[in-house]
Design a protein around this ligand. Structure first.
Ligand SMILES: [Zn+2]
Length: 330
């Protein structure tokens, strides 16, 4: 027995020596790639997958309502000192067991090389774009709508019906808009129209009246301000709810502490601020999941109310579904 333990120990020693020699000779190469951009969460019986389309760096000057030095101080608390603030583009997939639904489609080819990763992340998450049967657009800004089509303006989601609220569709898709809006706004209208055109031509774009449910599983609410028809989509299963809020918030470091701060992209800042306040207050009270287009990926979490301020509580990485009973360790 003693000699076999001894030879075992010698073998381990020899192995370790070999390992350390090998390690010293050839250190592991750095991988220098990011993990796939998806995150999964169960909401009742629904499977929700957050999808990373990319990001853009936004100037802090776009945030309005506080002095520049106050904005800078709030960003510095989040260690943001660069000229641009990294702003994620998140889209979300819901598999209800019956339908495969996409909320927003990212910036596609409209931003440059920092975005347009939605399709590859849909595939990484185990799905194909042609399996998606329904798309709900929170609004028709380019970072939500441009991902509907590829670089040749061909539809990516070949089997999907696309929905947007009627005030939103009326505003952006009016063919006379290009002739009357200011020059600097024209490109945004053109992108909304070009991205939806093949779906409209194929009879696969529908505008719904705010508050209506294009399918039984979804509850829609008009939350205008950011755009005239900005809409939230709520799904509920087994007593759990998740609300997809689109662009009700753009900056984690500033707009939870100061929900009265708007962003230049808001068409009506007063209404945008009121919509944010109403949705945040309700989400905090009901403890619903929130899924936001521009909060740090996966843009999913809860909201806590702190007087007139709010706090973002991001989802914690973990198993897809927590065990029903997790023994406490104390
Ligand atoms: Zn946006």
């Amino acid at each position: 027995m003693r000699s076999s333990l001894l030879s075992h120990a010698r073998a381990i020693g020899l192995g370790l020596a070999l390992c350390s020699t090998f390690a010293a000779a050839q250190p592991p190469a750095q991988q220098k790639t990011q993990v796939p951009g998806y995150f999964r969460l169960a909401v009742g019986d629904y499977e929700v997958t957050a999808l990373f389309d990319g990001y853009n760096d936004l100037s802090p000057k776009l945030l309005k309502g506080l002095k520049p030095e106050q904005i800078r101080a709030l960003l510095a608390r989040h260690a943001i000192e660069t000229p641009g603030v990294q702003t994620a583009f998140n889209a979300f997939l819901i598999n209800t067991g019956k339908n495969l639904i996409l909320i927003d489609t990212g910036a596609g080819q409209c931003i440059g090389e920092t975005a347009g990763m939605l399709s590859q992340n849909i595939k990484a998450a185990g799905y194909q774009p042609d399996q998606i049967d329904t798309i709900f657009l929170t609004h028709l800004h380019l970072d939500h709508v441009c991902g509907l089509v590829d670089a040749n303006k061909q539809p990516i989601f070949t089997n999907a019906m696309v929905y947007a609220a009627k005030p939103e569709a009326d505003y952006w898709l009016d063919p006379t808009a290009l002739g009357r809006v200011p020059e600097q706004a024209r490109a945004y209208f053109k992108i909304a129209q070009d991205s939806t055109a093949p779906y409209l031509a194929a009879g696969r774009f529908k505008a719904f009246t705010p508050g209506d449910s294009p399918m039984a599983e979804v509850q829609t609410t008009l939350e205008s301000g950011h755009t005239p028809g900005s809409t939230t989509y709520q799904f509920t299963s087994k007593g759990q709810s998740i609300v997809f809020i689109g662009d009700l918030v753009h900056n984690l470091a500033v707009q939870f502490d100061h929900p009265e701060v708007s962003i230049s992209f808001d068409e009506n800042s007063k209404n945008a601020i009121a919509s944010r306040d109403a949705v945040f207050t309700e989400a905090a009270g009901k403890k619903t999941w929130i899924a936001a287009a521009h909060l740090p990926f996966p843009g999913t979490g809860h909201i806590e109310a702190l007087g007139k301020r709010f706090q973002w509580v991001p989802v914690e990485y973990g198993p897809y579904q927590r065990a029903a009973h997790v023994p406490l360790i104390d």
